[in-house]
Design a protein around this ligand. Structure first.
Ligand SMILES: Cc1cc2nc3c(=O)[nH]c(=O)nc-3n(C[C@H](O)[C@H](O)[C@H](O)COP(=O)(O)OP(=O)(O)OC[C@H]3O[C@@H](n4cnc5c(N)ncnc54)[C@H](O)[C@@H]3O)c2cc1C
Length: 593
C-alpha cells in the first residue's frame, strides 16, 4: 500500500482520511525520513515509561522511530514509585541501571502487620538478582531518565501530538495526529505501538475490548511527612479487623507515600489533608500526624486486560493492554518489561531481518505474565482487606509460618520482583531434554564473562543489542568452528563464560548458551552439538546478516560491540561470501498465537 493510501483496513479500526494536511512535520522527522515509503519504521504512541523503553530499544538498533505524546512533557505526578529487581536488570542491559540507582532509595523489606503486630517481613534480597532490593524512584524521575536516553540516541519525543485515528494498509499504517496548535497531520509507519496508557486510543481504534471490572471503592494517595519513626528501608502494610488497610511506602527526604484503599466513592474528587489525617487516625495502629503533602490523589482501581496484544501492524504495550491495583507495585515494571521483550523483535522485523510472524511471539510470551500480575495484585488486595474473622485469623497464623520458610521467601520475592518471569517453550525458547542449568525461556543470571579479552558481565555484553553466545573458554575454537554459526556472525556477540557460574545442563547438551537480547535463554548446545543454537538462528532470521542482501541493508546499526575482536573477525571472515542458509519456514508454519 502506498503511504497514506487506502489499502484494506484492520478490522475494527476507525477510518481516517488518508490525505496529508501539509502541516509542518514535527522535529522528529529529522530522524531520517526516507524520500519514499513510510515516514518512519515504527511509530510509538505514548511517552510514558513503556513507550520510552520501547523507543530507546528501537533507536539503539538504528530503527527510524517516532515517539509522540499528547502531553506537554513529563507527567509531574510521582505515580509509580517502585522499580523492581527485574526492571533494574533490564535497565542494566540498556546501560541505565547505575543512573537509576544513583537517584533512587533502596527498599529492602516488605513488612506485613495485622492489628499492629508484624506478621512477616519479606526480604527482597532473596529474589535471586544482584539487585536484591526495590528501588524507590518517583515515576516523573523515571521518565526524565528515559527521555534523556532517547535524546542521547538521537531521538525526540514529539509533545502535544495526540493520536486520533489509525488506518492500516498492507505495508504501512497511517496515523492521524492532532497537534497542540490544532492542526491535523498524518504519519505513516511500518508498525505502530500503542503505549498510550489505560485509556488507550490505539486500543479503541483496534476495536479491542478491555475485559474486567473496577474495584468497588476509590483509593486515596498522599505523599506526606509523618511523625513516625518507622524504618525507612521497608514498605509497611497494615491490615486491620475492618478490612480497611493502610500501606506506607518510604520516599526520599524522609517522606512517605500513604495509600488508603477502599475510601468510599468520591466521584474522582481529590482528598484534603484533613481527610487524609482523619483516615490515618482510623487506620494507623498508633497516633500519627500527617503533614506537608506534595501530592494528594483519588483514583479508582480497575482489573482489566485487552483481548489482544496485536492486530497486524499495530501492537499494544503497558497500561494500554492491562491495568490492576498498585498493590505490589507491578504496573510500571510490567510495561517496561513488555517494551523490552518487544523492542528487539520489532527491530528485526521492521528492518526486514526476521519474518513478521516473530511479532506474534510477543503476545504469546507476555500475556501469561500479565495474567499472573493481575492475579498477584488481586490476591494482595484480597488478603489485605479480609474482614471475615475466621479467614483473617487463618491469614494471621499462616502468613508468619510461611514467612519463616526460606524457600517461600525466595519464591515470593522472585515473584514480586518479576525475577521469576520465564517464557514458554517454542521457537524462541528451544526446548531440550537436559536437566540442570538455566533452561531455555528462563531469565539468564548476570554472570561474569570475558568479552574482547576483558572481564565483563552478561548484561554488559547484552548492551550491544544482539544475541550473546556464551562459550566455555576451553571449547571456544571447537564451538566456533561449527559451520552453522558462521552466517550469523554479525548477529552474535560471542563471549567466554565460566560454566561454574552458569551451571551447565548435565546430559551432554551443554554448556554453550545462546542468550536473547532481552536476557532470556534462547537455546543450549555443546561444542559437538550446536544444532539447537544454529536451528534457533536459522528459524529466527529471514536471512543471515552475512548474506549479501542483508549486508546491504543500512537500517540496522548495532551499538559498538564488545565481542572479542579475534573471534568476531574469525566468524566474519568465514562467513564472507557465503550464501544465506536461513529460512523463515519455521515461523511461517507454526501458529504462535
Ligand atoms: C495514582 C496512581 C498511582 C500509581 N502507583 C503505582 C505504583 O505504586 N506502582 C506501579 O508499578 N504502578 C503504579 N501506577 C501505575 C503506573 O503509573 C502505570 O502502570 C504506568 O504509568 C504505565 O506506564 P505506561 O507507559 O504503560 O502508560 P502511561 O504512564 O499512562 O503513559 C501513557 C502515555 O501516553 C500518552 N497518551 C495517551 N493517549 C495518547 C494519544 N491518544 N496520543 C498520544 N499520546 C497519548 C500519555 O500522555 C502518557 O504520557 C499508578 C498509577 C496511578 C494513576
Amino acid at each position: 500500500m502506498a503511504p497514506g493510501g487506502g489499502g484494506p483496513r484492520v478490522d475494527g479500526m476507525n477510518g481516517i482520511p488518508p490525505n496529508r494536511t501539509g502541516a509542518a512535520a514535527p522535529r522528529a522527522a529529522a530522524l531520517g525520513r526516507a524520500d519514499s515509503g513510510p515516514d518512519c519504521q515504527v511509530l510509538v504512541v505514548g511517552a510514558g515509561p513503556t513507550g520510552l523503553v520501547l523507543g530507546a530499544e528501537l533507536l539503539t538498533r538504528g530503527i527510524r522511530t517516532r515517539i509522540i505524546d499528547k502531553g506537554d512533557g513529563v507527567a509531574l505526578q510521582a505515580r509509580a514509585i517502585g522499580i523492581h529487581a527485574r526492571t533494574l536488570e533490564i535497565l542494566d542491559m540498556m546501560g541505565l541501571a547505575e543512573r537509576f540507582t544513583e537517584r533512587g532509595q533502596v527498599v529492602r523489606h516488605l513488612r506485613f502487620y495485622s492489628q499492629g503486630r508484624c506478621l512477616t517481613s519479606l526480604e527482597f534480597a532473596r529474589c535471586g538478582s544482584r539487585f536484591g532490593f526495590l528501588l524507590d524512584l518517583p515515576q516523573d524521575e523515571t521518565e526524565r531518565l528515559l527521555r534523556a536516553r532517547i535524546a542521547e540516541l538521537g531521538g525526540v519525543v514529539e509533545q502535544g501530538a495526540e493520536l486520533t485515528g489509525l488506518a492500516a494498509g498492507a505495508d504501512a499504517v497511517t496515523a492521524s495526529i492532532r497537534c497542540n496548535a490544532g492542526q491535523v497531520q498524518t504519519i505513516t509507519a511500518g508498525y505502530v505501538v500503542g503505549c498510550d496508557g489505560a485509556h488507550s486510543r490505539v486500543r479503541s481504534e483496534l476495536g479491542l475490548t478491555f475485559h474486567g471490572q473496577p474495584y468497588p471503592q476509590d483509593w486515596l494517595l498522599a505523599d506526606v511527612l509523618l511523625d513516625w519513626d518507622l524504618r525507612e528501608d521497608a514498605v509497611h502494610a497494615f491490615f486491620r479487623l475492618d478490612g480497611l488497610p493502610m500501606i506506607l511506602f518510604p520516599m526520599r527526604g524522609h517522606r512517605w507515600r500513604l495509600t488508603l484503599p477502599f475510601a468510599g466513592s468520591r466521584g474522582g474528587q481529590a482528598p484534603t489533608l484533613a481527610e487524609i489525617q482523619e483516615l490515618t487516625d482510623q487506620r494507623a495502629p498508633r497516633p500519627v500526624t500527617v503533614s506537608d503533602p506534595t501530592w494528594l490523589a483519588n483514583f479508582r482501581c480497575h482489573r482489566r486486560s485487552a483481548s489482544g496484544y496485536r492486530r497486524g501492524r499495530v501492537l499494544l504495550a503497558g497500561d494500554a493492554v492491562h491495568i490492576h491495583s498498585p498493590a505490589g507495585g507491578q504496573g510500571v515494571n510490567t510495561g517496561m518489561a513488555e517494551a523490552h521483550n518487544l523492542g528487539w523483535k520489532l527491530a528485526l522485523v521492521a528492518s526486514g531481518r526476521a519474518p513478521d510472524a516473530l511479532l506474534d511471539s510477543y503476545g504469546t510470551e507476555r500475556r501469561p505474565v500479565a495474567e499472573q500480575v493481575l492475579k498477584l495484585t488481586h490476591a494482595l488486595v484480597h488478603y489485605g482487606s479480609m474482614s471475615h474473622p475466621i479467614k483473617r485469623r487463618v491469614r494471621d497464623i499462616v502468613v508468619p509460618a510461611l514467612g519463616r520458610s526460606t524457600a517461600i521467601q525466595r519464591r515470593v520475592a522472585s515473584r514480586i520482583s518479576q525475577i521469576y518471569v520465564a517464557y514458554p517453550p517454542g521457537p524462541l525458547a528451544r526446548p531440550d531434554r537436559a536437566r540442570g542449568g538455566p533452561r531455555p525461556g528462563r531469565r539468564m543470571p548476570d554472570i561474569k564473562v570475558r568479552a574482547g579479552g576483558q572481564a565483563a558481565t552478561l548484561h554488559r555484553a547484552l548492551r550491544g543489542g544482539r544475541h550473546v553466545l556464551i562459550v566455555p573458554a576451553a571449547h571456544l575454537a571447537s564451538a566456533l568452528s561449527d559451520s552453522g554459526l558462521r552466517p550469523y556472525s554479525s548477529d552474535l556477540q560471542v563471549v567466554t563464560g565460566d560454566a561454574a557460574q552458569a551451571p551447565a545442563p548435565d546430559n551432554g547438551t551443554g554448556p554453550v548458551l545462546l542468550v536473547r537480547p532481552d536476557g532470556h535463554v534462547a537455546a543450549r548446545g555443546s561444542p559437538g552439538s550446536m544444532e539447537p543454537v544454529t536451528g534457533y538462528l536459522r528459524d529466527l532470521f529471514q536471512e543471515p546478516a552475512g548474506h549479501p542482501t542483508a549486508r546491504s541493508q543500512k537500517t540496522v546499526h548495532h551499538t559498538p560491540s564488545a565481542a572479542p575482536p579475534q573471534i568476531k573477525d574469525d566468524l566474519e571472515d568465514t562467513a564472507a561470501g557465503k550464501p544465506g542458509t536461513g529460512s523463515s519456514a519455521h515461523w511461517q508454519t507454526r501458529n504462535l498465537t
